[in-house]
Every structure is written in C-alpha cells, then in structure tokens.
Ligand binder design. Structure first.
Ligand code: AMP
Length: 484
C-alpha cells in the first residue's frame, strides 16, 4: 500500500523494516479532561489504519502513550484540590470508556508516562553525556543547535522557531528559544533523596509530582521525552510508523526526532510519519482553548459508534473535516438507510428471493469492491472507500428491486460488508426482529385486506402496527416489518 509520508512529503510504498511486521506509535491523550471529537478523529483513524494493516496479514504492534504527568494535569489538580494522580487516573478511565464506545480496539499497548520514568531519566542522561542537554535553574534542556536535522519534518528551522511559536517551552537561561525541556525541576528545591534510591521514586513538592535522579536532580519529564523513552523501550531506537494530529508536527514530533536520533546516533528514527488533519467547527480547529468543542461522551450518547465512525472517515485524513449537528444528522439518515438494506437482505434471504439467475450482477458489485480495496491501498483513503461503499448499497437496492440480485451477488456483497466492517467498523449490527404472534397476526390480516383490495382496512392495520412500534416496508418480495 502507499502512504503519504510527512517526512519526505511524498506518497510512498509502505515497506516495513522487518518483513511481515509493523511497529506503529501514536501520540495519546493528556488525561486532564474528557476528550473531544477532534481528538477522536486522530484515534479512530489510526485504529482503522492498524486494523487495515492487520487485514493485509501484517503483525502490527500499535503502541500509544498516555500523558499522565503534565502542567495541565497539575493545574487542574490544584484547582480541584485533588492530587495529580487522582486527576490522571480518573480521566484515563474516562478516555478508555470513550475509546470503547467508539469501537477503538486496535491498540496493542497503552503506556503511561509515569510508568516509564527510569527510561526517561536514562534518555536524558544519554543526551547530557553526548553534549545535547544542558541544565538551567528550571531543568534540563535540549540544545537544538546541536542537532543538524532540526526542522526536517516540519520544514521549520531552529532560527524560525526563534520567532516564538505556541507550545515552545518558556524558561529562563535557555541557549536558544527553540530549546525544549527534557526534565523539569519543581518550583521549590528539595534536598537530594536520602534513601539514595534514584529513579522512579515519586514525591509531591508543592502539589507537583517529582522524581529523583542523582544526576539530574528532582524533576518530571518534559513533554516530548516521554514518547521517545517509551518507544525506545518497546521498539528500540528505530521503527516504522509514527502518527498523530497535524498540530503535533511542530514542535512535538520535531523534538522527538532530535532527541532520539541524538541519543542513539541512528537515523531515521521513524520511516513514515502520518498526520491527521483537523476536525473543524465553523472554520476553526476544534479545541478546548477555543471552546468550540463537542465531547466524545456527548456525541456517543446521541449517535451510535457506527454513525460517528462513518462521519469521521468521510473526509480523507489529510483534509479538514467539518463538524455540525446537521452533518451528523445526515449520517444518521445514511445509517438508517443501510440498516433498512441489511434488514431487506436478511428477510429476502429467508424468503429465497435470491434464487434468481442474473448474470452480470455480481460482476458489477465485484468491480466496486475492487475499487474500495484500491482506495484503501492508496494512502488509506477512507472518504473514497465510504463513497464507493454507499454506491454499492444503492446498487444492491436497485438490483433487488429489479429482481436481479442473485446468490452470487449476495456473496460478493456479504464479503465486502464483512471486510469493510472489520477495518472501518461502520456497519450496524443486524438484529433479527422478534415478531410476537399477535403482531404476526396483524401482518397476515393486513395482507388479506390488501389481497381483497380493502385499502382502508389495510391502512388501519398499518396504523395500529405503527402505534405498537413497528414500521412496514412493502417490497417486491412482500412486506418487511421493522422495529421503529
Ligand atoms: P492532546 O490531548 O491535546 O495532546 O490531543 C490528543 C490528540 O488529538 C493529538 O494527536 C492531537 O493532535 C489530536 N487533536 C487535537 N485536536 C484535534 C482536532 N481538532 N482535529 C484532529 N486532531 C486533533
């Protein structure tokens, strides 16, 4: 398959470092609040991407970090008079509940920053020993001028970074504006740990969690280093794919490259960088800070995961995706249509409706199925795949109406449904309708009324069925009952 690689700015053939195996890391959430659907776009995209790679027979190790130590967590803990640990634990739980509600099951390992403090300390020490890190009163910093490749991902140079960009660490005594924190000292000083037990020993200092390292002093990881410490631990210094939202390209991912390639002396750190464009609301990036966000929690209360996923895949991952309630409603409508088709399929199959001979029908469906595969192979174009899938559903309905949908066509459609669903997770579960005997009786009486051309009688029965929560779809193969 081909993927667009932000590092080379080209669409390239995906070639794993080791045949048959892919190691992929995606930046996970900072657990200080409920996530919004902008965050979800990134997580749902990589969930499907990992499932697609697996469907091609690759063994995918998909690693995602959980940022459970960060200024935002500490600030929230102070405001709510709770510990940073309580805040992080609570929102990690909420995050997992949201992922579950969205059908995100592709991640093989979640790794918390606070469970990898010894690895962070080791990496910062290595950078210090190699002359890439220096200490100020605030902590240990990476000197971007010591790394020639700084800017190769985002196209920003260390000098451009001097312009002052958001999310670059402030700090007194830094050598260059773009230098970033590796190890942040707490605001108040504390004596060296008396136990002499370095690494992974956590204390609270004025509400800020800190760990002690004999060589680095008290501190907590900077924003970028937890990711490289975690990936080095599980994957080694080089791996296949790194993903995240487009906002993370600079400075976060640039900093990761600088850290890991400097620490190991090996390049490239990552072969393929994949970035997901923003979900936008009224022309602006959906973000907590803008206040134009909708939480996953709210959306999953209103819509099924299949509707939400279909919506999230409806734009190519490199294009912005607009959000509005009207757009969501249109996906609800599309999903209702799909459910109706699936229900027709189930009932017709029972009624033997596919015992026709319609040469050519299955070929028409197979052609669309091949186009869906081609779209996914081409930079995992979910928007195209979904468009094609919907045209396939329309064709299925047309063929059924024309009594040209035969058993072979059924098999092609069924296997496309299954393979699309295994990757994208957009097909609703087809629940059989449990028809109580009095309802079946009403159905039979309605058919008798219709046969006797008693339209008012048939209509009255339809109304009664509706008042009891059922709808009837009159079709070429007889009426189909659905629950409202
Ligand atoms: P954060 O918790 O802010 O670090 O974000 C978690 C993930 O969501 C990162 O990969 C971000 O790049 C991504 N993200 C944040 N906002 C959006 C958005 N509006 N659209 C798409 N991805 C986003």
């Amino acid at each position: 398959m081909r993927v667009y690689n932000t590092l080379t700015k080209k669409v390239e053939e995906l070639k794993p470092r080791e045949a048959g195996k892919v190691q992929m890391f995606v930046c996970g959430p900072t657990v200080y609040d409920l996530i919004h659907i902008g965050n979800a776009r990134t997580f749902v995209f990589f969930d499907a991407f990992s499932k697609y790679l697996r469907s091609k027979g690759l063994a995918v190790e998909y690693l995602q970090n959980i940022t459970d130590i960060d200024d935002k967590i500490i600030t929230k803990a102070k405001t709510e008079r709770k510990s940073a640990k309580d805040i992080a634990e609570n929102y990690e739980k909420e995050f997992m509940a949201d992922m579950n509600a969205l059908g995100v099951t592709g991640v093989t390992r979640y790794a918390r920053a606070t469970d990898h403090i010894p690895q962070v300390i080791e990496q910062v020490k290595k950078l210090r020993d190699k002359g890439h890190a220096y200490q100020t009163k605030d902590g240990w910093y990476f000197d971007v001028k010591t790394f020639d490749g700084y800017g190769k991902l985002s196209g920003r140079t260390a000098e451009m970074a001097e312009d002052g960009v958001s999310r670059i660490d402030d700090g007194v005594g830094k050598r260059n504006k773009a230098d970033f924190a590796l190890w942040k000292h707490p605001n108040s000083a504390l004596p060296p740990d008396s136990s002499g037990n370095a690494n992974a020993l956590m204390r609270m200092i004025d509400g800020e969690p800190a760990w002690y390292s004999e060589e680095l002093g008290w501190g907590r990881p900077g924003w970028h280093v937890e990711d490289t410490a975690i990936t080095e631990h599980y994957f080694g210094p080089q791996y296949d794919i790194h993903g995240g939202g487009q906002d993370l390209m600079f400075p976060h991912h640039e900093a990761e490259i600088a850290q890991q390639e400097s620490a190991s002396g090996k390049a490239p750190f990552v072969n393929y960088w994949v970035h997901v464009a923003f979900l936008i609301n009224k022309g602006q990036k959906m973000a907590k800070s803008v206040g134009n966000f909708t939480t996953v929690r709210r959306l999953t209360e209103q819509y099924s995961k299949e509707i939400i996923r279909q919506y999230l895949f409806s734009a190519d991952h490199r294009s912005p995706l607009e959000y509005s309630e009207e757009i969501m409603e249109s996906f609800r409508f599309a999903q209702d249509n799909l459910k109706k088709t699936l229900r027709r399929m189930a009932v017709y199959s029972e009624r033997g409706a596919f015992n026709v001979d319609a040469p050519g029908s299955s070929d028409r469906l197979s052609a669309i199925s091949a186009e869906i595969s081609a779209a996914l192979e081409d930079n995992f174009n979910t928007a195209s795949a979904i468009g094609l899938f919907n045209s396939m559903v329309a064709l299925v309905n047309q063929l059924i109406d024309e009594k040209k949908f035969d058993a072979k066509a059924y098999d092609v459609f069924k296997s496309t449904l299954d393979s699309v669903n295994a990757v994208l997770g957009i097909i609703p579960e087809a629940r059989p309708v449990d028809v109580p005997s009095d309802i079946a009786d009403l159905m039979r009486r309605r058919e008798e009324a219709r046969a006797a051309v008693d339209w008012p009688g048939a209509d009255a029965i339809r109304k009664e069925l509706e008042s009891r929560g059922y709808t009837i779809d009159d079709t070429p193969y007889g009426p189909i009952l659905s629950e409202k």
